[in-house]
Every structure is written in C-alpha cells, then in structure tokens.
Design a protein around this ligand. Structure first.
Ligand SMILES: [Zn+2]
Length: 159
C-alpha cells in the first residue's frame, strides 16, 4: 500500500506534529484559504485531515480524499488517523520528521557533528538534526513522555 501524505488544517497543529514524529509526510499550512488547501492537496496527492465539514464537502466534491475528524481530543484524533491509514504507533529514528517543518531528520552520533554552533544542553547517545531548520532533538524527558502517550494509544487500539 502506498503511504498516504497529508495536509492538516490550521486547527490541528498538534496532530500535524505527531504525524511528523511518526514519520508521515504532513503539511500544516496556517494561512491558506480552503481553495489553496484543496489546490495543494490535488497537486501533491495529499489527504486533507480536517474537522471542518464545509471544507470536507467542497474538497470531496472535487475528488480530493478527506479524513473528517469529529473529535477535539488529540489522542483520539491521532488514533483514528493511524488506524485508518495503517500508521505504526512507534517512533522510528530513520523515518521520523521534524515536528516543526516536516523535513526528514538526520541521525547524528557525535555532538561535534551537529550542524549548529551551540553545544547541546545534554549529553546523549544520539541526536536527530533537522537539515532544514537546524533544530536538534534527543531522547530527553519530552521524548519519554511521547513514548508513554504512544504506549497508551497502542493499548487503546488493541482493546
Ligand atoms: Zn525542521
């Protein structure tokens, strides 16, 4: 099955960040009109994820695939999208994308190879660097919190 790519509407920023972390190509344009969003979806063959029924209807009429969400709860939303599009609920270092800009992250083992001039605030075994926005990530507290959320979702999806 070909992997789905997404456009997430401006209300669903945290869903976009989660999907990127799970390695899914996800755009999150914040100041697009409905028409611009639909045009981009068509051009790049992306599925639109939205809670906006009107946008969903207009897009579907034009042959665009839409995943309409009926929840404001981020965990539920993520679970539904992952179920529908068979996205594994796990963070794969070689797949994960920058939550800020959607670029694929690069794994770096030594802090001196980081593309930044500042020293990382913690010592870690490996870092993930965004080649586009230069953000550096590592397995810190925030990462562990995300793993907990994913474990919770996995339990949910089995139940
Ligand atoms: Zn980035």
């Amino acid at each position: 099955m070909k992997e789905a790519k997404f456009i997430v509407d401006a209300m669903l920023g945290s869903l976009a960040r989660w999907l990127r972390i799970l390695g899914v190509d996800t755009l999150y344009p914040r100041d697009y009109s409905d028409e611009e969003l639909i045009m981009l979806a068509r051009r790049e063959k992306r599925v639109i994820i939205t809670r906006d029924k009107k946008l969903a209807e207009i897009a579907r009429r034009q042959g665009i695939e839409v995943f309409l969400l009926d929840t404001c709860n981020i965990k539920q939303a993520l679970l539904r999208v992952c179920r529908r599009y068979e996205i594994p609920l796990s963070i794969e270092p070689n797949r994960t994308r920058c939550p800020l800009c959607n670029e694929k992250l690069v794994v770096v083992k030594k802090p001196e190879e980081l593309l930044t001039t500042w020293a990382p605030p913690v010592q870690a075994d490996e870092y993930w660097v965004c080649p586009r926005c230069r953000h550096v990530y590592w397995r810190g507290k925030h990462f562990r919190t995300m793993l907990k959320v994913l474990d919770e979702l996995k339990r949910f999806s089995k139940a």
